[in-house]
Every structure is written in C-alpha cells, then in structure tokens.
Design a protein around this ligand. Structure first.
Ligand code: TYD
Ligand code: MG
Length: 419
C-alpha cells in the first residue's frame, strides 16, 4: 500500500547517540507552588505584533514565524529587532542573506542599534556557541530551513535537519530564558515546510500572509495568548506599517455605486473588523450555473442560495453567482450570512443597500445570534454607519446608541430593503 503522493519519502539520518534531554528538572512541584503569573513580557515596538503574541514577547519563548517567500518575514523581524534592542541584545543569525544585505535593509528601515548583532552563519552549533558567549536576550534565526547541524549528513532544509536544529534551539531557549524566534518557509500548498514536529515544539506559530498591498499576521497556535488574534500591516518603501484601524482600511475603496455590495460587521480574534462583501448574479447559459465564492465557504453559499430561492423565490438556480470578500480576506464566521444575502439580493434587484449586517441564517430562514454583538455594533457606529441589521437575540445588552438598530428574526424581514 502506498500513500499515493509524490515526494513523501524523507531521508532520516540518526545521530550516533540520540538521547533525550529534558528541558526542566524533573523534581516534583505541587501545583500551588508553580509558575509566577503573569509572564514577563517585552514590548516588541510593533503594536500589532504584540497583540498577536498576546501582549508582548514572553521571556524564554520559542516562536515560529511562517509565510511564503517575499511576504516580509525578514522585514518584520528586523523591524522587531529595532524595538527589542531597547530592552536587550538581539542576535540576528542571517543565513539566507549576507550581513551587508541585512545591514542595508536595516538602514532603509531606519533601524540603527549597536545592540543588534548580525551573524551570517548557517551552522547551528556556531550560532548557539555565539549566543552562549554573547548572552543576548533575543535570538532570531532567518531561516530554520537554511541552518544545519554538522553531526547530520543530510542537507539543510531536510526533515531531520529542521527537526534537530529546532530541537537544539528549543533547549537553548528554555534553559537560558532567551526568546528565540525562527523564520520558516511555507510550501506552495501553504503548509510549513518541514516536519509537523516543528509546530509542536514551538510555543507559538505565527503566520504571515496577504495580498498585494497588505499583510495579515495571525497566531495559529499560542501558549501565551489567544489564537485567531490578527494584526494588519501595509508594505511600503519604509517597510511594514501597522494598520491600526483595519475596518477603515478594508472599506476605504468601497465604490460609490453600492449595487451588489454589503458591509459585514465581522469579528476576528475578538476584534471587530468591518469588511465588504460583493455579489454578482447573472442569468446563466450553462446547464450547471457557476458558483464562485472567494473568501467565504462555497458550501455556505449553496445553503444561502437554497434558502433565498425558498423564501424570496429568486431564480438563482438559473443564475451564475459570484461572491467576493474584498481585499482577499478569508472568513469562517457564520455571522457573515446576512451580509451575503443582502449583497446577493442587492445585485439581483439592482438596488443599493446602505446598512451593515451580521447574523447567521438557518435552513428555515431564521436569523440566529452571534457572539460579540455589542462590539460589532460599536464598530459600525464608530465608522459612521447609520443602521445595523442584527439577530433578535443580539439586541439584549445593547446600550442605546446613535446607530439605528434593526432587529430581524427571519430573512423575509429583509424584503422591504429591495422592494
Ligand atoms: P522580505 O522581508 O525579504 O520577505 P521574506 O523574508 O518573507 O522572504 O521582504 C521581501 C519584499 O518586501 C521584497 O520584495 C521587497 C519588499 N520590501 C518593501 O517593499 N519595502 C521595504 O522597506 C522592504 C525592506 C522590503
Ligand atoms: Mg527573508
């Protein structure tokens, strides 16, 4: 039996004596006597990064930053080094670019500190030896796929090298309370190149992704904070700039002609995020009309179209339907349903819709409640929306606000918007 996949056979080179090293002494400690909370955190100088880390960088933490080539991983960590250097020495091991290249980039980014120590080295033994001598507070490895352990014969970037180098770095971080950040490349399919064990070893996995002009930093795993936290950046000629108001950023280019466009008051990682949903409905000449959904689960779209056909008699089974979440965002919240419905009906009836929306739709057309109702309404109000449509059960606990709140319990109650 085979796995039916190419390139899944990896060379494994075992070290002469593989022995397990424990990170902590194995003495028994009563739970009540353990760990002092809160963790000691250092501000990185980048607010959006601190937010994703859970409020700053925890001493002795071991963090992986993953992302496709050219997305800005080295830029982010170099900018972060600038901020961290005010709190301690930073050893930046650049094995992918020369120290000259890195220094030039730092100059462009206006980063200058004698506490950032560049080291162009690929041997993990040499990097760790240097780190033991210099005793920096922070170590950055750019990247984990380009460093190697000389005891292993396999090439850098292979499974055994990545795993062993990562293991050594983890022991170093934990035994010396040094924060270690490693950069990891992702494959074309979007997963981290290297063994899954890498993700298990680290305390936090941050992913950096994005479209042409913006970047989103997310925590996929975080032992010191909430996951699903996100930060938004813009890549400019001065490096990565933080976007403190992502809602404004994502609605900035909303056209004047609002037909087929509805605003969703979303929440990502507990933070409100308003974004635009666009829909286009066209009479189809295909036996099986097209359904294209970018940023929203296509099965969710199928469900919504079926509910619409049932309660609004819209002949979408004979229409091509396209949905796009503007800005290349991806959302998994079911609260998006009501905004998708409004964008679809707006396109079908050629009528613009002005309010913003949130609410999940059930198969019987009922509108179900969503978490963070108050935060969503506040954000819509802050951005100057005059009206928000929301599920009935989200009305509770809403303080009187300037924004008009329209409560709906069934999708048919939307019909007056399009008549
Ligand atoms: P980089 O940090 O090298 O990406 P990674 O380490 O993820 O491979 O960033 C690469 C891109 O960012 C590069 O194409 C140039 C661009 N960039 C800017 O637009 N402005 C800048 O100030 C910097 C430093 C880079
Ligand atoms: Mg790089």
């Amino acid at each position: 039996m085979g796995c039916g996949e190419w390139n899944t056979l990896h060379e494994e080179v075992l070290k002469k004596e593989e022995k397990f090293q424990s990170t902590t002494p194995s003495d028994i400690t009563p739970l009540t006597q353990t760990i002092e909370y809160p963790f000691e955190r250092t501000q990185t100088g980048i607010g959006e990064l601190d937010r994703v880390l859970g409020g700053g960088l925890v001493a002795g933490s071991y963090i992986l930053l993953g992302g496709p080539p050219g997305i800005g991983k080295s830029t982010l960590l170099l900018q972060m080094s600038g901020g961290l250097s005010q709190h301690g020495k930073v050893l930046y091991a650049c094995s992918e670019e020369s120290t000259g290249q890195t220094a030039l980039r730092a100059k462009r980014l206006n980063i200058s500190s004698s506490d950032i120590l560049l080291f162009n080295e690929s041997s993990i033994e040499n990097i760790l030896e240097k780190a033991r001598n210099l005793k920096p507070s922070f170590v950055i490895i750019d990247s984990i796929q380009s460093v190697y352990l000389s005891e292993l014969q396999s090439a850098p970037g292979t499974v055994s090298q990545v795993r062993e180098c990562s293991n050594q770095l983890m022991h170093f971080a934990k035994s010396t309370s040094t924060s270690v950040l490693i950069i990891g490349h992702v494959t074309k399919e979007g997963s981290l190149a290297g063994p899954r064990v890498l993700e298990h070893m680290v305390d936090a996995v941050l992913s950096f992704e994005g479209e042409t002009h913006y970047r989103i930093l997310k925590a996929l795993k975080n032992r010191f904070g909430a996951t699903n936290e996100f930060g938004v950046f813009q890549m400019s000629d001065k490096g990565l700039e933080e976007i403190q108001n992502p809602s404004e950023f994502f609605l900035e280019e909303r056209g004047k002609d609002r037909i087929g466009s509805a605003v969703f008051t979303g929440v990502e990682g507990g933070r409100p995020l308003l974004c635009e949903i666009q829909a286009l409905t066209l009479k189809s000449y295909l036996a099986m009309p097209r359904r294209t959904s970018l940023g929203i689960d296509v099965n969710r779209l199928h469900l919504i179209l079926a509910v619409l056909e049932k309660y609004f008699q819209t002949p979408f089974s004979k229409y091509d339907v396209f949905i796009n979440l503007v800005g290349g965002l991806k959302l998994s919240e079911t609260a998006v349903d009501l905004a998708v419905i409004s964008a679809l009906l707006s396109s079908y009836h050629q009528k613009p819709v002005e309010p913003c929306f949130f609410g999940e739709v059930g198969l019987t057309g009922e509108i179900r409640s969503c978490p963070f109702g108050k935060e969503r309404v506040q954000e819509a109000e802050r951005l100057g929306f005059k009206e928000v449509y929301l599920p009935q059960s989200n009305q509770k606990g809403l303080q009187s606000s300037k924004i008009k709140v329209k409560v709906i319990s069934h999708i048919t109650e939307l019909s007056h918007l399009f008549s």
